[in-house]
Design a protein around this ligand. Sequence first.
Ligand SMILES: Cc1cc2nc3c(=O)[nH]c(=O)nc-3n(C[C@H](O)[C@H](O)[C@H](O)COP(=O)(O)O)c2cc1C
Length: 117
Amino acid sequence: MDMRVQPIEATEAAVGQAEDTTRRYPWKLGIVIALGAGLWAVADCSLAAENLMLAAHAAGLGTCWIGFAQGWLGTPEGKSALKLPETDIPIAPIIVGHPKSVPPAVSRKPPRIDWIT
Ligand SMILES: Cc1cc2nc3c(=O)[nH]c(=O)nc-3n(C[C@H](O)[C@H](O)[C@H](O)COP(=O)(O)O)c2cc1C
């Protein structure tokens, strides 16, 4: 699967006009983009996105996958604003920034594990 991570400078254009709580602080946007619609495009790019987020965390940075921007990014208007070729498929818009604070861990539901015997 061919893919690339594209840093976006025009962050306002990249997320459209919608409001998002994550826009309160300075951040950069990177998009994991599939170069064509391969069978595993979403899975491969999602794995790359997770690696990007883990590497950023290891470097003391905060990240958030901005899924609400994906719909617009995938439209002809969104691709045109980001100067992406029509064949590119934006899969994972990830904002990266310096967290002002580290929130405490939230409680988790117990995992459901079904053993297939
Ligand atoms: C596919 C996907 C899309 C997401 N889109 C958004 C988003 O548009 N805006 C946002 O604030 N958080 C978004 N998130 C982050 C989630 O709201 C949540 O913070 C994150 O999955 C971590 O969950 P946790 O707090 O339970 O660990 C997205 C997460 C995923 C996996």
